[in-house]
Structures are given as structure tokens and as C-alpha cells.
Design a protein around this ligand. Sequence first.
Ligand code: AMP
Length: 934
Amino acid sequence: MQDGAMQAWLESSHLAGGNIGYVEELFELYLDDPSAVGDEWRELFDSMPAVGKDVKHSEIRDQFREMAKNKLKMAGSQGGNSETSEKQVKVLQLINAYRFRGHQHANLDPLGLWKQDEVPDLSLDHHALSKDDYDTEFNVGSLAIGKDSAKLGDIHSALEKIYCGSIGAEYMHITSTEEKRWIQQRVESQLGQPEFSKEVRLRLLKELTAADGLEKYLGSKYPGAKRFSLEGGDSLVSMMKALIHRGGETGAKEVVVGMAHRGRLNVLINVLGKHPQELFNEFAGKASIGEKSGDVKYHMGFSSDFKTEGGDVHLALAFNPSHLEIVNPVVMGSVRARMERRGCTDGSQALPITLHGDAAIAGQGVMQETFNLSQTRAFSVGGSIRIVVNNQVGFTTSKREDARSTQYCTDIAKMVQAPIFHVNADDPEAVLFVSQLAIDYRNTFKRDVVIDLVCYRRHGHNEADEPNATQPLMYQKIKKHPVTRELYAKRLIEANLIDEKSVKQMVQDYRDALDKGDCVVDEWQPMKAHSVDWSPFIDNEWDVDYDSKMTVTELEDLGRKISEIPEGFKLNSRVNKVYEERRKMAEGERKMDWGMAETLAYASLVKHGHRIRMVGQDSGRGTFFHRHAVLHNQKDAETYLPLKHVAENQADIDIYDSVLSEEAVMAFEYGYATAEPNTLTIWEAQFGDFANGAQVVIDQFLSSGEQKWGRLCGLTLLLPHGYEGQGPEHSSARLERFLQLSADHNWSVCTPTTPAQVYNMLRRQQIRPVRRPLIVMTPKSLLRHPDAVSNMEELAEGVFHNVIGEIDKQDTKKVKRVVFCGGKVYYDLRKARREQELNEVAIVRVEQLYPFPHQEMAKVLEDYQHVKDFVWCQEEPQNQGAWYCSQHHFREAIPDGAKLNYAGRNASASPAVGYASVHKEQQEKLVNDALTIK
Ligand code: AMP
């Protein structure tokens, strides 16, 4: 026992230590379950020597005896009575039980349909207490009700109000005592009934009137049209406004919101201040975003400014596909970009708010990935506010039996120890209280916090749906259940804060405002100049001019800078060798390999003010040991990025090894890149096929975000690809899928074959004033291929060649066959062609498959207009790779009357074979097929 600690504790504790039995009983409780005793007791017991083989129980007993002898002042009425002392322990247990499990008895469901299990710990008898003890005074331990002791009756009633009212606070899973104390202080001191001024309460009614009024208005004006109404969760509007107000008052300058379709129109009109007339136009099918394909109205994003006590806050509602929950990491990425632009490292200036469905947050795995991002170096945003609009049904799937295996839909949030505040949506004051609490928690602890807004859905999944078909009892109840506005108006009328007539007037005023079609949000402000300017990139096509030239001298100088290692920094011997070679490359003593050229691309960009963010699985080192951008000191494990030290006033570069997720991480990077055009943003896969896990991000955002929503995005995907006999999973980055999604010049798809090409491709991506995704099939074996080398002049030239013609000297007139190819197979073809001296075959590399470089190809083919035999050669099976999706381009490029044949693997369900010998045989055959003129 640490005497000093015990003494100090005895003097300061609410419980002034009664007798040995009492302390012992608590100790036994603690040994069973440390969380069963109050925090003070646990802290105290934690500080004692571990009880086990080494410490005799008698020794501990002696310590308790000593404690009892030294400080035996019992608080007030507890006297020395041992029965009362025992009960005191029980009272503390009761308090603890409410803190742990009170939410299970809370009044959360507006419909009263939740079947709540009986929780024995919440009954007095479970703790050997009864109403007969109601008048006995007990110490309240750390219960924050403003006094040290109270009658059991008062304690019990306080616990019921705090933990079993309209708010179910679930937070005891958090291990930080500080956080738990903070939450207890906030929720317990209010006795579950926060007091709000008349002004605030009338404002809540006005917001409910707007939420309800909009849906009724749309329902009558556009009957049967899908609007995914908010009805049943109307207090979401108050919640959103409360969050933004509190956020603004506490320093937020930007709020990024992500939400699915439910209630979106209501949030757009009643929170973000979109003009109702614009929405009506959309209902009438009038709106358009120029030539683009557009999207349905309940996926559309919006931006505005919102006035708060702390100044104007910029609001951005993220565009959202139907794919549920995927927008959440996008929002975080967008917030991270905004934070970094503002030089804010803790998230205090940019606030993410994400809205979730109850079925989706539990069902969609991307939420696990998203929570896992929340506290990591590369992805943290200082905590997100996560609201579940919990209407207790997923489309037609009922909540407990079929939708999940956990008690609450929010249980996944416990993985990051987020506090979860369940709240009854029919109690707007409780909703307001938890909203403010959530912001304050997030600001204080910089962690995620969840609000579970327990509500219902007045209609079916959409307004044309028939919910009685699948949820008959629930919908019988809903039919009779008054809307939140009516319930709250009644409450305020009973409290004499408003009369019936004024309530009706409020409803009418809102309808009138909608009729006018003007903005209905008092806080709305016209959007001020944005902190980032997208105009240099708008409406630019791929052929826009740009200058990416560098001098050889400058490149050599940069080459030296990126190979400098600080004094005393001890490199691993293999890494040291890489760096020694780089120094030789910088001096022109060696030709440049892939790693050097790629690193020079980054160095030259940051030197000239372009920020870089690279995130991926093993990106610091590079999966294939080629990059070594992040160095690790072998003496003390310190890291060093030479790229951060290339020039004074250079732009910053961050290279992060990411969490092992593809979906959430790629979505995060998409969010980052759509909010930040001035940073070259790169996502790298460990192996290219890992991107499969992020297919939804590729389909729903990257390929089509500009078409659907007019949002530009310059994200680069580096996807290792190449057939080297490593089996079905590690050969293909699924080039065919990217090519199949290629249209409308939506992105570029490249298969570069030389270090100079990768250098110029990366620079082009950032310097050319176009912000569209770049998809790169990056090499594996080429990283060290003796022929895949370049010299400084090729880099300095500043041009990415979309097509590279034959480089060997040939008499072009004698050429009888032209082989088109891309990527690694080029080197296999060239080697075989050289070895066999097949001078009648020319090899043309298509380095950019999309947008197809017709002009450059035409130029290269000028010398081959007499050739009738063209071949596309690929390593991938016939149904994969570029053959099916790009052959129309090849056909268009070849001279009239010429034929185009295929040389490659046979069609296959699997991307590659698993046996190295079969792979080798196939590879040799496809090379032979491509080169042999029959
Ligand atoms: P936000 O900060 O997201 O609300 O964006 C403010 C404004 O900047 C938008 O209304 C757009 O005009 C423009 N903007 C933002 N992001 C993009 C983007 N990715 N592509 C094009 N314009 C954008």
C-alpha cells in the first residue's frame, strides 16, 4: 500500500473511510470486476500492490485496518453502524450500475415499441436496498449532483432522471477516467433535464415547424415523388443547427457534412439554406449542371455560409452516392484538407458531421474502417460528430432480429471508445442538450462522438412505398403518433410559453416563406470568397498547355539533395546501397532507375511550391523496396524524409504508411483531393488488386464524380501491375475495369515503361491545370530492370509521351508487323525481338491508354502506313487487360485495310495462373505469338 496516496485520498474523499469491513467489501468487488467500484476507489486500489502470489491477503487486511484506525470519521448519519456502511457500498454499486446500464432502461423510443430487457442491476433489491432505505442519507461518491451526500430516495430518483430519461448515455466503456468524469459532470449535474430559456425553446419549436412544414409542403405539392422524408426524425434539423452554432462559437470555420438520402432535402433547405425554389425546380426536372449527366436531387451537395455567435461558418454538404456510409471517409478527407490549408492540426477549425442510418452503420464494413482511421497520424481530423438517424428499420428489414447482432446499432463505435448518446427524438430539448455536449466533448478530447437519434420513419422507405406490408404493428402505431412539432407545441403551451394561435401562425408563416421560394434559414449568409480557388482548373481539357521543363543542372542538384543523409544517421545497409547508387545517378555516373526518377518528380514539385500527400500500404519504403522516401535510423528508429529538405521555402510533403484498408482510405483521399487542388494527392496500393476492396470508391466517386456532381478531383492511384508469375492475386490491378469505366475524358489511365516517363507523368498530373484522376499501372520487376533506366535529359525534357514509337534503328520500309503494347511486356518483347533479330517487327508502346492519344499515335504510325499486320500484345488474359476495352481505339489508329490481331493469354476466369512454370510457358508463347510473322 502506498501510504501517502492512501492518506491523501482519505483526506479528500467523499467517503471518509468507515471501517475495515466496508473497505474490504469494496476491495472484493474491485477484485471481481475493477469497473464495479467507483473511479476513486479503483484509482486507489490500482495504486496498491498487485494481489497475487506475492502479496498475502493478510498484508492487505493490515493496510485496511491501519486505514480504518487512522481515519474513522464516517460521514454524517453513516456513523459507525456497520449495516449502514455495507449499504453505503451497495448505494455506490447502484450508482455505478446506472452509469453502466441506465441507458438500457431509458425512454428512447418515441413509439414505445422497443422491448427493453429487464436489467437486474438497476433494481434496488439487486443491491439489497429497498424503499425502506429511501430516507437514509448516503454519501454519493462521485455522482455529480452538486452535493456529497443525499437520501437514497433522492439519489435513486436522480439516477432515474439522469440515466433513464430521454437520454441514454453510454460511456462507461471508455477507459480514460478523465473523459468519464467529464461526461458525468455534464450529464449528472443536469439531472437529465437541461433548462433552456424561453427564447431557445421557441426557437426549437420554430425549427420543428420548418422540418415538418417542408415535408408536408412537398408531400402535397409533389405527391408520390421520392423525397426520402425526414418525418419522424424532425428534430434532426434542430440538432444540425445546434451543432453548427456550438461549433462556430467554439472556433470552427468550416463544417463538412456527409449524409445519405433520408432527410437530405430538409437539411438542404432548413439548415444549409438552399433556396426552396431551386428544389422545386429540381422536382419539376428543370435543373441541370451543363453538359454533365447530373444526379438525383437527394444526392446533391451544397455549399453556403452560416452565421454563428463565433462568426460565419462555411458549410459544405458532400455529394453522396446511394452506396451507404461510403461518404463518411470522404468527409473526413475533405476536412483534413481544409484543416491543413488553415494550418490547423487539431481539427478545431474544421468540423466533420456525418449522418448515418441505423441499419447501415451496423451493416456496412466501411464504418469499421472509418472509425479505425479516426485516431491515426495520416487520417485524424480531431474527432467527428456522428449522428445516427435511427428510424429502427432498414428499408424493410426490422432492427433486432435481422439487421444486426448487437444491442444497439451504434455498438461499432465502441471500438474507438467513442461515447454514445442515445436520445429520444420526440424530446427536442434533450436533443439540443446532447448536441452541445457532443461538440464540447469532441473539442475537448478530439475524438469521435456518436449521437443515436432514436426516431421513426413516418412513411415507407420512400413516399410511394407501403410500409404496412412488412412492419404492420409499427406503422399502426406511427399512424396514431403525433408529429414532434405537435408534441412540443403542446409542451410549450402547457408551460405558458406560447398559445395555440401563435403556434398556428408559425406554421402558416413557414408555408408562406416556402411559397415565396426564398431562403428560409435565418442564419444563412451568401458564400464568401472560398479559401481555395478552383477556377484555374475549370473547363480545361487534356490538351491544355503546360510547361514542365527543368534544366539538367537543377535536376542534378535536386538529385544530390534527395540523396543527402544527416550526419550520424545510420541507414540499413541495403538502403544505404540504394542511396549510394542514387548519388551516382545524380552525378550522371549511372543511369536513373525508377525510384530515383519518381523521387525527383516529388522533389522538383515541392521545390516549386506544389504540396504532396502520398498515402498507401508501405508507401514510405515502397512495397518492393524501391522508394525509401522515409528513412529509419538504425540507431534510434528516428525517421527522416530527405524530400522535406530539398529547398528553402519548399512546399511540404507527407508520406504516410496507411492503415490496412482500401475502401475507407481511398475514399478519404478522394475527399482530400476534391477539397484541395494544389496538392498532388496519391493513393498507392500494396499490390494493384488490393484496389478491388475500394471498388465502390472507384465506381461511385473517382470515375464519375465530375459527371454527376461537377466536382473535380486530381487523385492519383498507383497500382502495381504486371505478370511475373506471382499468382492470381498479385499480378493484375484490373486494368480492364478502369478502361471499361473510361468515358467523357473522366480520367487518364497510364502504363508507363521508363523512369523518365513516370517522372514526367507525375509532374504533368500536378502542373497541367487539369484536375482529374490519374490511374497508373505501376511496375514491380521494372523497378530494377537493367533496361528500364533513363538519363537526366529525358527527365528535363518535361514531356510525358503518351505513345513511344520503335526506339531501335530499323528500316521502317521493311517493317511488316507493328506490335502495340504497354507496360512490362514491352521489355520481354524487345528482348526477344533483339535476340531473334526480328527486324521486320516494330514495337510501339501505348503509355496512356485513356484518353487514347490518337494524334500521337497517328504521328508514330506515319512510317508504317504500308503495314497491314498489327498486333495488340498483352500479358493479361484476353477477357482482361486492354484488349476488349481499347481495341476500337487501336483499330481506328491503324491504316485502312490493315488487320489487328490479339497476342496474349487465353480468356480466363482467374487473372493469372498459380504455377510459375505455366506462367513462364504462357509468357513465352504470347511474346512469340506477337513477334512471329507466319
Ligand atoms: P466547398 O468548400 O466544398 O463548399 O466548395 C466551395 C465552392 O468551391 C463550391 O461551391 C465550388 O464552386 C468550388 N469547389 C469546391 N470543390 C470543388 C471541386 N472539387 N471541383 C470544382 N469546384 C469545387
